[in-house]
Design a protein around this ligand. Structure first.
Ligand code: PNW
Length: 445
């Protein structure tokens, strides 16, 4: 049984909830916004479950005040959201869409009025379509365009927003988007995907000095989705596969961000698909940050598989029935393990858990009530895991639940709900779930 209480965490520990622009805003052609790669991807048949699109989502673009009231009602001190690049710069570069930028201006003021600290993510996967048409993340210019976008946003909001996250989960926007094809833009080209990872990391490094120049007392970081990697058996083959798998999944991003360049073993495995890296890029990527964001959902259990992609590995299912509606194993001890490992191997400074949460099927009973006690237990067990990591010496700065609202869950459309707040997508009615009430009570102490 979970047992941690808020009182066991430091006073200045940040408790929060997370969202992202494309997943909640809707209003995709309101006030001059133009399509992102996800808008395009969703209109092509077969990409999104049930043919869902992000066109309306939670219509947060028009319901933001009500949504900020919900954040306030939860009693959290921080709200992590992302800004939509194609709302602010409809073609990716050049002319600023004043109305788009003004939306975030109001949102930030609304947060501050409610005493909630904004944590702003610049990029949560919604690349302006014109930049994709020009070559997307495999093209170096996209990294330069990102630095320009960071400049526009930080000039306008930097007087009030102090917490900046450059990228959310580079793995998903690059490997899932350009190699596995499950996410926008739906390509299947390993070399392009690896070049994309390099340009995303480069763009992070290019944005850091821009943010520091525009924002007094900026605290900058990046949010990685990391997984503890376990081996499927005691065999030597599986053990080596797990090391390779960890190389692409975790070390590929952690190593260059911490000044070590790309891991040699992964570079060798990639061969001709390894990215082109220009002089000075690695130093740019290793620029100083103020915290590391980690999104944690599950561990991966890995077996050797000669057919299993560049790392010749395959993820096998855990032998447990304790899984979420995604089939993701509930494994809170993995969060402790991951934090201790990152602390030991990288000494990154303060870490914030920028996402953690769950989707469960059949939350809505025949009576219309929302029974999601399982989500509350999931969250509480992961908070317990944080406590253990802190006792082990990890410097933790905060914890953000994914997500405030049920929303557009990427390739799964509206079929997977992660919210502490239920959204009826037909009426846009919001209802606090049992888990939301539990979180508010936990925070009250
Ligand atoms: C994260 N995986 O995505 C994203 O940051 C959120 O936007 C998303 O809604 C949330 O987690 C829930 O899915 C992930 O396959 C997507 O390992 C895929 C994976 C992990 C996280």
């Amino acid at each position: 049984m979970p047992r941690s209480t808020r009182a066991q965490f430091p006073e200045d520990f940040r408790w929060g909830v997370s969202t992202s622009a494309l997943q909640i805003e809707g209003g995709t052609d309101a006030d001059g916004r133009r399509p992102s790669v996800w808008d395009t991807f969703a209109t092509e048949p077969g990409h999104i479950r049930n043919g869902d699109t992000p066109a309306v989502a939670c219509d947060h673009y028009h319901h933001w005040e009500e949504d900020l009231d919900l954040v306030k009602a939860l009693g959290v001190g921080a709200y992590r959201f992302s800004v939509s690049w194609p709302r602010i710069l409809p073609t990716g570069t050049g002319a600023v869409n004043k109305a788009g930028l003004a939306f975030y201006d109001r949102l930030v003021d609304g947060l501050l009025e409610r005493g909630i600290e904004p944590w702003l993510t610049l990029y949560h996967w919604d690349l302006p379509q014109p930049l994709e048409d020009a070559g997307g993340w495999p093209r170096r210019d996209t990294a330069l365009a990102f630095a320009g976008f960071a400049d526009v946003v930080s000039r306008r909001l930097g007087d009030r927003v102090k917490r900046w996250i450059t990228h959310n989960e580079p793995w998903c926007s690059t490997v899932k988007g350009y190699y596995e094809g499950e996410f926008a833009p739906g390509k299947r080209d390993l070399a392009a995907a690896m070049q994309a990872t390099h340009h995303v990391l480069l763009s992070h490094g290019l944005a850091l000095p821009v943010l520091r120049a525009n924002v007094a007392d900026a605290r900058c970081g990046i949010a990685l989705s990391l997984h503890p990697i376990h081996t499927a058996s005691g065999s030597e083959a599986d053990r080596l596969a797990a090391i390779r798998h960890d190389g692409l999944r975790n070390r590929w991003f952690l190593d260059p961000l911490h000044g070590r360049g790309y891991p040699e073993d992964v570079l060798r495995a990639l061969g001709a698909a390894a990215p082109t890296v220009s002089d000075g890029d690695l130093a740019t990527i290793a620029g100083r940050t103020d915290f590391l964001g980690i999104n944690y959902y599950f561990r991966e259990i890995v077996a050797d598989d000669p057919e299993g992609g560049p790392m010749r590995s395959r993820v096998v299912e855990a032998e447990t029935s304790d899984v979420t509606g995604f089939g993701w194993e509930v494994y809170p001890e993995g969060l402790t393990e991951l934090l201790l490992r990152v602390q030991r191997d990288y000494r990154p400074g303060p870490i914030a858990i920028t996402e953690n949460g769950a989707t469960y099927p059949d939350e809505i009973g025949a009576d219309g009530a929302i029974h999601d006690g399982r989500r509350a237990v999931y969250i509480h067990r992961h908070i317990d895991a944080l406590r253990v990591a802190m006792d082990g010496g990890v410097d933790l700065a905060g914890y953000f639940v994914w997500s405030l609202l049920d929303n557009f869950e990427w390739a799964e459309g509206y079929s997977k709900r992660f919210g502490l707040v239920h959204v009826d997508f037909a009426t846009q009615k919001r209802t606090l779930k049992q888990s939301g009430r539990w979180f508010a009570d936990f925070l009250k102490g």
